[in-house]
Design a protein. Structure first.
Lengths: 212, 212
DNA sequence: CCGATAACTTATCGGTGTTAGCTCACACGG
DNA sequence: CCGTGTGAGCTAACACCGATAAGTTATCGG
C-alpha cells in the first residue's frame, strides 16, 4: 500500500540511503505488473519512469531485467506460501487441509496471472548451465516443503495411502499447476465451470490417492 | 557465430509462385526454433536471413509475427494429434489406449519444448477481446475431440466410471499438461525420475476415474 | 515490345535491454 | 573551512527488435 506514486521530482537519496531506490523499483514494478496485467508492457523504461528515475539507475540494483522480475516474484512467492499455509491451517482434517492448500494455489494463480506466469510458465535464467542452481535458494522450495509435510501428515493419519511423500507431493503440484496454467494461457478454450472442473480434479486425485 | 546457412540472393520467384516463399519462411522458422531451442532467438530478422530474404517480405505472407508462429505451430499441432492417435490405435484395451495417448502427449511436449511453449504456455493473441475466437478454427480442437472420443469409448466399455466425457477429458488434459509444462519451465527442480512420476500420475488418475 | 503488376527491397520509425562515461552533491579528513 | 573521494544518478549511445511506407525490378499477357 502507500502506493507512493511519487514520480517526477524524486529527490536524490542521501548518502547511505541508496538502497531505498531498490525498494521503490520493486514497488513500481509490482504496481505496473498488476495494473497492466501484461508482462510485455513492463519494460525497463516504464519501470524507471514509474519510479521517477532513468533506466540505467535500475542496473545499480539489479544485474538485469530477469533478476528484477525474479526479485518481484520472490516476494509474491512468499505470499503464495502464506496463503496456502493459512488455508491449510484453518482445517483440522489432514485431507481437507490438502484440498484447501490446492484450492488456495489455484486461486492465487488466477488472481495473479502475470506473477504466476513468471514464476512457473517461463524458462528460468537459462543462462549459466555450469551453475546448476542453488537448491537451497530456489524460490518456492519452502512452499513445496510445506506441501510435503502436509502430505506426510495425511499419510500418517491414514487419509492417504502410504507412499513416497515427495513423489505424491510432486504429482499434486503438477495437478494444480496444470489447471492453473492452462486457464491462464488458454482462456479462450470452452472451459467447463471452473468450480466444477476443479472439484472434479480434486476428487479424482483424492480417490486415486485414497488408502485401499 | 551463428552458423550462417548459405543464403545467396535467393532467386525471385516466378509470377505465380509467390506462395513458395511462404513455405520457405515456415521451414526456416521451424528450423531456427528447433536449432536454437529459444523462442527469443527467433526474430523476424533472423527468419528473413535464414530464408534468404529481407524482413518486410515476411509480411507479404503473414500479418505479424504471432500469425507466423501460429502457422508454424499449427503444423506441429497436427503432428501431435497424429502421434497420439497412432499411439492410441496401437492398443486394444480402451483404458490402455488413453494411457498411451497421455504418454504420447507428454513425450511430444518434451521433444518439442519450444513448440509446446508456444502452443500451451503463452497467452494467445490477446488482441481482439471483441473477437471471441473462432472455436471451429481453434487449433488443437481436433486433437481434443479425439481425446473426448476415446474417453467416451472407455466409459462405454466400462473401463471408466460414467461421467461427463468432456469434463473428464478436460481433467486429463490439464493433468498431462501439468507435468509436461512444469518439466519444460522448471528443469532445475529436483524432479523424481520422469518415468516414475509419470507412472504415478497416470495411476492416480486411472484409480480416481475407475468404476466403483 | 509494352505496360501492368507480382515479388521483393531500401529506408525508416518507434520501441527494447543494456553499457560507457559523465556530473553533481554530499560527507569527511586535514 | 576547505578539498577531495565517492555514492547516486544522468546523458548518450549501441545493437537489437517488430513493423510500415514507398520504391524497384522482373515477369507475363497481349
Amino acid at each position: 500500500m502507500t502506493s507512493a506514486p511519487a514520480q517526477r521530482p524524486r529527490a536524490r537519496a542521501r548518502r547511505g540511503q541508496g538502497e531505498r531506490l531498490r525498494e521503490e523499483i520493486l514497488e513500481a514494478t509490482e504496481r505496473l505488473l498488476i495494473q497492466t496485467g501484461d508482462q510485455g508492457a513492463v519494460s525497463i523504461r516504464a519501470i524507471a519512469e514509474a519510479a521517477g528515475v532513468t533506466p540505467p539507475s535500475i542496473y545499480l540494483h539489479f544485474a538485469d531485467k530477469d533478476e528484477l522480475l525474479a526479485a518481484v516474484c520472490a516476494v509474491r512467492f512468499a505470499e503464495l506460501d502464506r496463503c496456502m499455509t493459512e488455508a491449510a491451517a484453518a482445517v483440522d482434517d489432514p485431507l481437507e487441509a490438502l484440498r484447501a492448500r490446492g484450492l488456495a494455489y489455484v486461486q492465487f494463480g488466477l488472481e495473479n496471472p502475470e506473477h504466476y506466469r513468471i514464476l512457473f510458465m517461463t524458462r528460468p535464467v537459462a543462462g549459466a548451465a555450469d551453475n546448476p542452481v542453488d537448491l537451497e535458494h530456489l524460490p518456492g522450495l519452502g512452499a513445496f516443503g510445506h506441501l510435503v509435510e502436509d502430505v506426510t501428515r495425511a499419510m500418517d493419519a491414514g487419509a492417504l495411502a502410504a507412499a513416497d511423500p515427495f513423489l505424491v507431493a510432486t504429482g499434486l503440484w503438477t495437478g494444480v499447476h496444470g489447471i492453473t496454467s492452462l486457464l491462464i494461457a488458454r482462456p479462450d478454450f470452452p472451459w467447463p465451470p471452473i468450480e466444477t472442473l476443479l472439484a472434479h480434479i480434486v476428487d479424482v486425485s483424492a480417490r486415486g490417492l485414497a488408502p485401499s
